[in-house]
Design a protein around this ligand. Structure first.
Ligand SMILES: Nc1ncnc2c1ncn2[C@@H]1O[C@H](COP(=O)(O)OP(=O)(O)OP(=O)(O)O)[C@@H](O)[C@H]1O
Ligand SMILES: [Mg+2]
Length: 270
């Protein structure tokens, strides 16, 4: 059974896609069969792995359109073992009136996807729309990347309110909330102040290790590679490695997969 994490923040440019891509790559490299679902029509998560849907290709957004669709049909392998992507539809024009908030959850929790993956990472758009609500309803955990500036704590509070409202309306599964400071710089006093404030407000066990500001992270994305491949000795690669360790400790989500298992296969639709 897969564990689903939604990487979400209503604020644009807060490191959601970068975190989704690099977290997924780190899990896949450790033998965990990992799927990235690119729910943002900007298509950046797919781009980060060099996977972009062409006209007429199945995408995750088919689920939300008037004709419905199977998520499994949209799943594609990447150049990395154990790492798959369901790309976005850049032409998607909006959720159909009939779409409900458990559409995505039902597909992720059912065969063949639930059996095919150990981890599912949802990259979400910077908007509180029906797609974000679907992601929160499907998630076991929500990871909120924040750039530490003055309004960050308010943003996390708004998102956690939405998460718990969606969660209580859908099922009684326990939802985890984790906050990851990103693009941090220890020499900037404000960053330290904001991270301290967020820790006080949300608790140490909700605060993950920070991802430092590192130009290699941005360069890796532009090269369509995870930073662990592009610059394995960089701060960014180390920080995403440590994030996976942190999730193992704080959430009890194992950091490695089965050593002797066969690599993941694309799930078949029966
Ligand atoms: N640790 C980092 N160091 C340096 N630059 C970073 C880091 N993390 C992200 N960036 C850069 O910050 C920018 C925004 O990151 P990203 O696209 O991941 O944000 P986002 O929240 O997904 O944005 P959107 O809301 O548009 O989807 C990108 O140019 C990315 O390369
Ligand atoms: Mg993004």
């Amino acid at each position: 059974m897969s564990l689903v994490v939604s990487v979400s923040n209503r604020k644009g440019g807060s490191g959601k896609t970068t975190t989704a891509v690099n977290l997924a790559a780190e899990w896949a490299a450790r033998g965990l069969r990992t799927l990235v679902v690119d729910l943002d029509t900007q298509g950046h998560a797919g781009y980060g792995f060099g996977v972009v849907a062409g006209r007429g290709d199945p995408t995750v957004h088919d689920l939300f359109g008037a004709h419905g669709g199977e998520l499994a049909a949209a799943i594609r392998p990447t150049a990395w073992q154990n790492l798959f992507v369901a790309p976005a539809d850049p032409m998607f024009e909006g959720v159909s009136a009939g779409a409900d908030k458990t559409l995505l959850a039902r597909q992720l929790r059912a065969s063949p996807i639930a059996e095919a993956f150990d981890r599912i990472v949802l990259d979400t758009p910077p908007a509180a729309d029906a797609i974000l609500v679907n992601a929160l309803a499907a998630a076991d955990a929500v990871l909120v990347p924040i750039v530490p500036h003055t309004l960050s704590a308010i943003g996390v509070e708004q998102l956690s309110r939405l998460l718990f409202r969606v969660a209580t309306g859908v099922d009684q599964r326990r939802r985890l909330l984790g906050i990851v400071p990103v693009m941090t710089n220890g020499r900037i006093n404000l960053h330290r102040t904001v991270v301290d404030e967020v820790t006080t407000r949300f608790g140490r066990d909700r605060l993950m290790k920070a991802i430092r500001s590192d130009i290699r992270v941005a360069e890796a994305f532009a090269s369509r590679k995870p930073v662990r491949d592009y610059a394995p000795r960089s701060h960014g690669a180390l920080d995403y490695h440590l994030l996976v360790e942190d999730l193992a400790t704080l959430w009890d989500w194992p950091a490695t997969g089965c050593a002797d298992c066969a690599p993941a296969q694309r799930p078949r639709i029966s």
